[in-house]
Write a protein that binds this ligand. Structure first.
Ligand code: AFP
Length: 289
């Protein structure tokens, strides 16, 4: 290992520890922040007070870290220069519309060794903190995925070298059926009729993908007739989730190639997302042609 990569490893550790340490404050801040702000985020979606709270809190905690050069978030228009070193891209509260019905949501992170926006091949690490009945961290790095339980922001190992189960059990498809392309609809209906497969969709990508990671299966937020690039953000959602799933032995795709092969033109670009067990995503890709 070179000096530079060992230094980057230390910085990634510090970033992940900082996000974990902020988790209790984020959780504690949710009850009073369930109302909408006046404006929208750069993708034109309404922002809850909880979204901007989590974004500002995490920027404040990450800013003093040595070795972090850039901060970007789904909740702000521009990349922020905060020093010299790696770039951190966050979805501070992925699935925040789940606040109203009190469903799962979490913080999704990705760390790159290039300035943002940048391609998936420049990822150093990615993961998510999930605010479910308990708080967990799923962290991917160097081809390995580990799961931890967080208590008062401190990590305790739950599972090392997490891999997708061989027998897929869950499918989770976003978007509106009326707006799906025919090829995707054909795959969806074949999947629905496959013995042993059942539907679970909760509306937070990391919550839904976490089920795929634990039970096996396929998650998609597909290209749609009215949104050919889908809904999810490439830098903040597509790259980290593709990286985590590929590190766990699964497959990711934007419909044509691995999610990690893409390069965004802009920080808020969108991408269709298909991830899960290798065989399912391969057959989906074949259908999408
Ligand atoms: P919010 O953070 O605005 O709730 O959006 C969550 C998300 O980006 C992703 O986490 C979900 O998979 C997807 O959108 C849910 O979208 P639908 O509401 O269209 O199902």
């Amino acid at each position: 290992m070179t000096d530079e990569s060992s230094r980057e490893d230390d910085v990634v550790d510090a970033v992940v520890e900082t996000l974990c340490a902020a988790a209790p404050s984020i959780r504690a801040g949710l009850p009073g922040r369930r109302v909408y702000e006046e404006g929208t985020n750069p993708s034109g979606e309404r922002q809850l007070e909880a979204d901007t709270y989590a974004d500002e809190l995490l920027l404040k905690r990450l800013r003093p870290l040595d070795g972090v050069g850039e901060y970007a978030s789904e909740e702000r228009a521009d990349v922020i220069d905060i020093g010299e070193g790696v770039s951190v891209a966050l979805d501070p509260l992925d699935g925040s519309t789940n606040l109203k019905p009190n469903n799962v949501m979490g913080t999704l992170y990705s760390v790159y060794d290039e300035p943002l926006p940048t391609g998936g091949e420049n990822l150093l690490a990615a993961g998510y903190i999930l605010y479910g009945p308990v708080t967990t961290l799923v962290a991917a790095r160097d081809g390995v995925v580990s799961e931890y339980i967080l208590e008062s922001g401190i990590k305790r190992p739950l599972r090392e070298e997490l891999t997708l189960p061989d027998d897929p059990a869950i499918f989770s498809f976003g978007g509106r059926v009326n707006h799906w392309f025919d090829e995707f609809e054909a795959f969806a209906s074949e999947t629905e009729r496959t013995e042993g497969m059942k539907l679970r969709y909760g509306g937070s990508m990391i919550g839904d993908v976490n089920q795929i990671l634990h039970y096996g299966g396929v998650f998609a937020y597909p290209a749609q007739t009215d949104a050919p690039s889908g809904k999810l953000r490439q830098q903040f959602e597509g790259f980290p989730i593709g990286y985590i799933i590929e590190c766990a032995g699964g497959r990711s795709s934007d419909g044509e190639q691995s999610l990690l092969s893409g390069t965004p033109d802009g920080i808020h670009d969108r991408v269709p997302v298909y991830i899960g067990n290798d065989s399912l995503v391969e057959s989906l890709e074949a259908r999408l042609g």
